[in-house]
Design a protein around this ligand. Structure first.
Ligand code: FES
Ligand code: FES
Length: 156
C-alpha cells in the first residue's frame, strides 16, 4: 500500500511517500541514497544492513518501512557530527578494524547500540553482542579492541 510516512532520519524530520511493505534496507539505499547500509544476505543472517531504530540495532533487510513510522532511524551517515568522526569510527580506523569495509557500518551501529545499553561492556559482552555480525575478512579481534577503546572514550 502506498502511504506517506513521517519519521526522523539521522536527526532530520523526514516525509516519504512509499510502498509501506518495501524493506527499509532498499528504501535507505535506493529511495534515499544512503548506501552506507549494506546488502549482504537479505535474509537477516549477516548483519551488514544493521541500523538503529529508536536506538536499537535492527536488520533493515527484515524491517518493512512501515515499521519506522514516527520513529528515529540512525544510519552510518548520521553518526559523525559537525564533520567529526564518532569515537567508534575513529577507533575502527585506529585499530585497523576493517579490511574490505563491507561489514563495517553494520558492525559500528551494532556496537553503538551495545554501548548505549551497556556503557562499559566486557569482552564477553562484546563477543556476545557482535557474534551474529559476520566479517568475511576476519577482522574480529581488531573489532573487539576498537569497541573497547570507543566505549572507554565515550565514558570520559
Ligand atoms: S543483509 Fe540484512 S542481515 Fe544480511
Ligand atoms: S572487513 Fe571485510 S567483511 Fe568485514
Amino acid at each position: 500500500m502506498i502511504e506517506t510516512l513521517e519519521f526522523r532520519l539521522n536527526d532530520r524530520q523526514t516525509r516519504l511517500t512509499i510502498d509501506t511493505g518495501r524493506p527499509l534496507l532498499w528504501v535507505l539505499r535506493s529511495n534515499l541514497g544512503l548506501t552506507g547500509t549494506k546488502y549482504g544476505c537479505g535474509i537477516g543472517t549477516c548483519g551488514a544492513c544493521t541500523i538503529l531504530l529508536n536506538k536499537e540495532a535492527v536488520r533493515s533487510c527484515q524491517v518493512p518501512v512501515n515499521d519506522i513510522k514516527g520513529k528515529e532511524v540512525l544510519t552510518i551517515e548520521g553518526l559523525a557530527k559537525n564533520g567529526r568522526l564518532h569515537p567508534l569510527q575513529k577507533a575502527f580506523v585506529e585499530h585497523d578494524a576493517l579490511q574490505c569495509g563491507f561489514c563495517t557500518p553494520g558492525m559500528i551501529l551494532n556496537a553503538y547500540s551495545l554501548i548505549l545499553r551497556k556503557p562499559a561492556p566486557t569482552e564477553a559482552d562484546i563477543i556476545g553482542s557482535m557474534d551474529d555480525n559476520l566479517c568475511r575478512c576476519g577482522a574480529h579481534q581488531r573489532i573487539i579492541r576498537a569497541i573497547q577503546t570507543a566505549a572507554k572514550q565515550m565514558r570520559e
